[in-house]
Ligand binder design. Structure first.
Ligand SMILES: Nc1ncnc2c1ncn2[C@@H]1O[C@H](COP(=O)(O)OP(=O)(O)OP(=O)(O)O)[C@@H](O)[C@H]1O
Ligand SMILES: [Mg+2]
Length: 519
């Protein structure tokens, strides 16, 4: 048992303030049966006191994080941490305050329909008591309040599902269990649906809850946890950790766009579950990794990481000038809707150490624009790139509709050869990354390092989850575009001496002299 847990157990056993049931007399944000009548257009959470003398309190937030979550005024808030902290319950309670506003249009999503059912059932316990006359339309999974306010309870599984919300506007959007989404795509897309009229008097909020772990652990951590200490408001940052600002030419050019906050939760914050200790005992019985995530809400632990040997102090180096005569090549995994990852490599002569010296991680860039971007970067650096390897599926020609994406890039002058797609190449690629991460017994250096400027790769690769059904592979649902690029690059048998390199030896189905592709 870790010291941390032991302290908490002692605290739990000795401190009545941690386990006592919240007093119904305590003033705070409460949702009672008069909520509809007294909900002001833009209520401050601390003003949300609907309790009247003889009124039954339907919901009273637990002191601490649950209250903080409901009181937060940042546009995007993650309430995340230990299991059973009362996160989902708070998520369902949060929109109630707006159900009295006829302009309120709200959306609460989970990843799948089965998971959604759980939330719907909690809402069915709460809403009819809080808002008399509210109706749940089973077919549309939508709550309609007598005021006209609506709350749609929906699921959002694949990226394409966001199209269901195209053209819609919401003033409040909630994602329960955010790390279930492998990439930030849905979360980012839904931000474009967050709007309301000025006259509505409604704030614009995106709210998320989550446990650590899950396929989206890394991007959620990067978005909400890494930028700032918990419970502190911060300006939203992009994938590179830069504050997102209004664009050039805008009257607010350079100003930060909006704020975020992370509110950590632990089981001990929720007396409804923690005071009898039964659930806690179940969590304590879990293996170390899971226990630290689910009982302690530890975001630094990523259970089942595919590359636990990755170590920043060994595998990340300060950038240095790469001599012109060292071989350079690049690899790319392309995705328009999700992300494109491009990595540039060099090999140190003598030690044959592979160096990932540059990365490009972009979204919504067409193949031809990507070709331009890559060529511009390389031209600016005055580099000679010996070869590039690209996801072989980009050679697929969709009937007679024109050149494949690979050809489009090659026609621009950005040359590629297709990656190995043979059976077993994923497993072999993962294996080769493990070999490269090892410290070579002769050189006493790792066989692969990353320049510290490759921040995305350094964040993503060490925390890629293993595939639960196949420990020989990573979970392909995770954010793995840079990993795939790494795999493609690493499997080209990189050598410091180009004459050792024989492209025709690759199992790609393309001849070295293929005139179309120029190599
Ligand atoms: N303010 C509250 N008032 C009454 N009951 C509460 C309150 N907060 C939480 N609970 C109770 O605690 C239970 C667990 O809370 P909840 O399901 O929200 O936890 P969670 O943090 O979402 O857990 P998980 O991490 O497993 O998803 C709820 O089902 C509910 O019964
Ligand atoms: Mg939950």
């Amino acid at each position: 048992m870790s010291e941390n847990v032991r302290q908490k157990l002692q605290l739990n056993a000795t401190s009545p303030s941690v386990i006592k049931k919240p007093s119904k007399k305590r003033r705070g944000s409460k949702v009672g049966s008069s909520a509809k009548k007294s909900t002001p257009a833009q209520p401050k959470p601390e003003e949300l006191d609907f309790e009247q003398a003889a009124q039954e309190v339907i919901f009273e937030p637990n002191p601490g994080p649950q209250t903080k979550f409901l009181a937060a005024t940042e546009q995007e808030v993650l309430y995340g941490g230990a299991a059973g902290g009362g996160k989902s319950y708070a998520m369902v309670a949060d929109p109630v305050r707006y159900l009295g506003n006829p302009n309120a249009r709200m959306l609460l999503v989970r990843r799948s329909t089965e998971e959604l059912r759980e939330l719907i059932s909690v809402s069915k316990q709460l809403y009819p008591k809080a808002i008399p006359g509210i109706k749940f339309m089973e077919r549309d999974k939508t709550w309609v309040a007598p005021s006209g306010a609506t709350l749609w309870m929906s699921y959002l599984d694949r990226d394409d599902d966001v199209m269901r919300y195209q053209g819609q506007a919401f003033n409040w959007i909630g994602f329960d269990e955010l790390t279930q989404w492998p990439t930030p795509y849905a979360w980012n897309y839904m931000r474009s649906r967050l709007r309301t009229t000025k006259a509505s008097g409604l704030p614009l909020y995106m709210r998320a809850t989550s446990n650590p772990g899950g396929p989206g652990h890394q991007w959620v951590k990067r978005t909400f946890i890494d930028p700032q200490t918990p419970n502190k408001s911060f300006h939203a940052t992009d994938d590179n950790g830069e504050v997102i600002t209004w664009p050039k030419g805008h009257s607010r050019e350079g100003e930060p766009l909006f704020k975020r906050k992370f509110i950590p939760a632990t089981l001990f914050d929720n007396p409804y579950l923690s005071d009898d200790g039964l659930y806690e005992a179940n969590l304590l019985s879990l293996p170390e990794h899971q226990r630290r995530q689910l009982l302690e809400g530890d975001w630094d632990i990523n259970e089942g990481a595919a590359f636990p040997e990755f170590n920043r102090s060994i595998h990340v180096v300060d950038p240095y000038d790469i001599p012109n005569n060292w071989i350079r090549f690049r690899a790319c995994d392309y995705g328009y809707g999700s992300y494109t990852g491009v990595l540039w490599f060099t090999v140190v002569p003598g030690s044959e150490q592979l160096v990932v010296y540059r990365e490009l991680y972009v979204s919504k860039v067409t193949a031809t624009d990507l070709a331009d971007m890559i060529l511009e970067i390389e031209e600016e650096a005055g580099e000679r790139i010996r070869y590039g390897v690209l996801d072989s599926s980009l050679w697929h020609n969709r009937g007679d509709t024109g050149p494949s994406l690979a050809e489009q890039m090659i026609l621009k002058g950005c040359r590629w050869r297709p990656s190995d797609r043979s059976k077993g190449s994923r497993v072999a690629g993962k294996n080769e990354i493990h070999r490269r991460l090892q410290v070579d017994e002769f050189t006493e250096e790792p066989r692969m390092v990353f320049f510290s400027t490759c921040t995305q790769s350094i964040a993503q690769i060490p925390s890629l989850p293993l595939d639960k059904n196949n420990p020989e592979d990573v979970d392909t649902h995770a954010e793995d575009h840079l990993y795939d690029a790494l795999r493609y690059g690493i499997m080209t048998r990189p050598r410091s001496n180009i004459f050792d390199f024989d492209p025709s030896a690759q199992r790609t189905g393309f001849q070295a002299s293929d005139p179309t592709f120029g190599y």
